[in-house]
Design a protein around this ligand. Structure first.
Ligand SMILES: NC(=O)c1ccc[n+]([C@@H]2O[C@H](COP(=O)([O-])OP(=O)(O)OC[C@H]3O[C@@H](n4cnc5c(N)ncnc54)[C@H](O)[C@@H]3O)[C@@H](O)[C@H]2O)c1
Ligand SMILES: N[C@@H](CCO)C(=O)O
Ligand code: NA
Length: 436
């Protein structure tokens, strides 16, 4: 099948990340989409600026209208930002019958209604998964996964820059402005970072989430917005003392009187999972009447996490170009002819860490015997606890945490340990996963 040609408007943080992900995972993406996706053109204001991606094979242009007016380009990916030229470009791309993928939450929040109307008129798609919560597939989760629910409320940390600032202020007692500058260097912040710290970016995203959750029009101007610029390290410390953490939350809640739409700093009890979502990470809790509360967590900003959502939308669009309409999404996500028989490993081929509990005779040299056996199988020890013998006991519990090791090796070591005279019970083993 001929590749699908796409054009990127903007080749900055997200644009560069998108090129990298499309290239690195080209084969896997093709097996899912059913067609190869190639970036044939990309625009940037300053073509001499250093990029985070290799642009070989991509025609670089300064005028983004070159791309939206190029008849070869089937999908336009808008990664410029703002609601100025980006809006003109998106509307022109739609007018030209092209599908659009955009990460631009400001554009969708402020002009989504007219953009979607144009897309419907032209029979093309506008996909915007990267616009909300970066790499978290929250749009698909709310729009599709929770389609059977009456959604009661949703609340989330949906601005990575603010979360990064609040985390650094709390954990490292750092100054607000230093951390904001770092977030800009890391490519998290908007081109105008007041959009982040004043809560405007989070409000753009909340506007979109509320529309797809409650079936209401996009109405950014109705959102209550309060940012974090007035949060001091003193507030952060006092909140901690009270058992709370301060987070910038976006909250959309359906009530008998109407819908609450608000973005503001919020004290959240430490015991709540979302209070422990730190750094640039985002998290959204959605409460549906059938599913109850469901939590979505992941990187809310950054080149490749956001690019992950850009590419997910591209695969969605390409599937409509090629897939049999009744079978838009292959049952097992990959095209039927593209399922690969990657071998499933037996449990003894697994690499993990272990908790081991031994019952060992309380006499000198026992630990040396055990550690010698483990060392003989290249098993490093992370930690050891040796309990004192109770009065009449001659065998005591010895607890070990190992580092990562092949289960087959550990099995051999356990057999040798259990054969020692100083061990009087089978070794208890529990696998350890840090899930980092
Ligand atoms: N950075 C992130 O982590 C992230 C995450 C989610 C969504 N987004 C959104 O993605 C979009 C792009 O963000 P980014 O971080 O990649 O921005 P960026 O500043 O790194 O890149 C913007 C690109 O657009 C080009 N550009 C800017 N203004 C232009 C103009 N007037 N005409 C032509 N080209 C222009 C720039 O040259 C650059 O190549 C924004 O809408 C942003 O809100 C960013
Ligand atoms: N500036 C945004 C980028 C991701 O939308 C943030 O910090 O969350
Ligand atoms: Na997303």
């Amino acid at each position: 099948m001929t590749p699908v040609k796409i054009g990127l408007l903007g080749l900055g943080t997200v644009g560069g990340g998108t090129v990298n992900v499309l290239r690195r995972n080209a084969e896997e993406i093709c097996r899912r989409a059913g067609r190869e996706i190639i970036v044939s053109k990309a625009s940037a204001r300053d073509l001499s600026r250093a990029r985070i991606c290799d642009t070989s094979g991509i025609e670089l242009v300064q005028d983004p209208f070159d791309i939206v007016n190029d008849p070869e380009i089937q999908i336009v990916v808008e990664l410029i930002g703002g609601d100025g030229i980006a809006r003109e470009l998106v509307l022109q791309a739609l007018e030209n019958g092209k599908h659009v993928v955009t990460a631009n939450k400001a554009l969708i929040a402020l002009h989504g209604n007219s953009i979607f109307a144009k897309a419907s008129e032209k029979g093309v798609m506008v996909a915007f998964e990267p616009a909300v919560a970066g790499g978290i597939p929250i749009i698909k989760a709310v729009r599709e996964g929770l389609a059977g629910n009456r959604i009661e409320w949703l609340a989330g940390i949906i601005n990575g820059t603010c979360n990064y600032i609040l985390t650094e202020m709390l954990d490292k007692r750092r100054d607000f402005h230093d951390v904001l500058q770092e977030a800009q260097t890391l490519g998290y912040a908007e081109s105008d970072p007041t959009f982040d710290v004043e809560g405007i970016d989070a409000a753009h995203k909340l506007t979109i989430l509320a529309s797809i959750a409650f079936g209401i029009p996009l109405q950014f101007d109705k959102v209550y917005i309060e940012g974090i610029a007035r949060i001091t390290r003193i507030d952060v410390a006092y909140a901690e003392e009270l058992g709370y953490r301060i987070k910038l939350l976006g909250i959309a809640r359906r009530t008998k009187e109407g819908v609450e739409l608000r973005v503001h700093p919020t004290l959240i009890p430490h015991r709540r999972l979302i209070a422990n979502v730190d750094g640039v990470m985002n998290a959204v809790v959605v409460k549906g009447d059938a599913a109850g509360p469901t939590l979505y967590y992941g990187a809310g900003a950054g080149a490749e996490p956001t690019a992950s959502s850009v590419v997910a939308d591209l695969v969605d669009v390409v599937r409509t170009l090629t897939g049999d309409p009744e079978n838009r999404v292959p049952h097992l996500a990959f095209q039927p002819g593209a399922i690969s028989a990657i071998p499933i490993l037996p449990i003894d081929a697994v690499h993990t860490a272990y908790y081991l509990r031994l019952s060992a005779e309380d006499r000198p040299g026992v630990l040396a015997d055990v550690t010698r056996i483990l060392a003989g199988h290249n098993i490093s020890i992370e930690a050891i606890i040796q309990k004192e013998a109770l009065t009449e006991e001659t065998f005591v519990p010895v607890i070990l945490l190992t580092q990562q090791v092949l289960e087959r090796e550990l099995n051999a070591a356990i057999r040798e340990i259990e054969a020692l005279d100083c061990i009087n019970r089978p070794v208890k083993r529990i696998r350890v996963e840090t899930l980092g």
